[in-house]
Design a protein around this ligand. Sequence first.
Ligand SMILES: Cc1ncc(COP(=O)(O)O)c(C=O)c1O
Length: 421
Amino acid sequence: MKNSELNQRRQAATPRGVGVMCDFYAERAENSTLWDVEGREFIDFAAGIAVLNTGHRHPKIVAAVREQLDRFTHTAYQVVPYGSYVTLSERINALAPIDGDAKTAFFTTGAEAVENAVKIARAYTRRPGVIAFNAAFHGRTLLTMTLTGKVAPYSTGFGPFPGSIFHALYPNEQDGITVEQALESVERLMRTDIAADQVAAILLEPVQGEGGFHIAPPAFIHGLRKLCNEHGILLIADEVQTGFARTGKLFAMEHYAEQADLITMAKSLGGGFPISGVVGRAEVMDAPAPGGLGGTYAGNPLAVAAALAVLDVIEEEHLCQRARRLGNALVDTLEQIKGRCPARVAIRAQGSMVAAEFNDPSTGKPSAEIARQCQKSALDAGLLLLTCGVHGNVIRFLYPLTIPDEQFNQALNILTRVLTR
Ligand SMILES: Cc1ncc(COP(=O)(O)O)c(C=O)c1O
């Protein structure tokens, strides 16, 4: 089957709303390499949008899923439970940066995890309000697109939107938004839009993913935690993109002195199988009544088996350390070449959550065009990259943390050529 033929059929058979980045079709993939249906080979620095920290088809994960496939594939956990779900909860409870007793519930997608975290927070506090942040991304469902702090394309034409959702400023060096201004914007909302005692939760990504890899400064988390404590508000960390070793820790919240009350997770938890979850303080997690949480496929046994193997692989292959080492090497390369790049480049990194932001050298304004050109040239040279950022002017690097050194260096060489052209 040719890519061109599949493209024609895709356009006739699938809606344009399901936007597609590449004009080629996947045939197979192994660790950090992906082949298309015409036999072209790519180094995969997209990793299914941060899903494959453990690479494509890690042998341990494939073996675990295969073993589960031969026993049962679905019972609906809420009808006939299985021990592996309980084991995975126990492991996440022990690993998550939440002191005291914790509990975990599993779902299927990242958006579902965020929706459920909001449900849990509302049930616990008996309040409706949620404060999220500009440039945040939390998903495409009705509630999560409303929590998302970017309009086009996520909520264009999809209103009316759920109520009691508010957006504050997220600290952003490039836009000159300081921690003080961001915290003040939260307090202003509590004066002008919703009383603090009506706010159930403040929801943030410790590193904004789709928003451009902006990293929450420790003082910001400290200030939010303080506000939450003062007003009986829960702090929810959306770790759907930051989780599972990407930032050099299993959870990005481990970089901070303060803790969240609830953490959402998805993506790399399942190593390519759809699973998400919410971990939180036990008394908070127990607020919804029996039957209030769950879903037909929530915590599917194949995905749970994959997730248990993912946790083993992260530990056995020291992927947190590796994330830090690879991230440092990538940042070194970007720092070396940024003076030779025809754009003004800002680099942001926490572990292997690395991004390069491109701004016009004469105006300093965001340049989506330069980012797009770099992405295209890299793709032509066999390196698959993703963009992000409210202005689309950021390239993010999300390689599998299991990528062989030689292939990683090959990718750095391609990047050097592309960015200095
Ligand atoms: C931080 C964050 N939250 C939520 C989501 C939504 O996850 P999903 O696409 O699995 O619904 C994403 C997806 O990119 C994300 O990055």
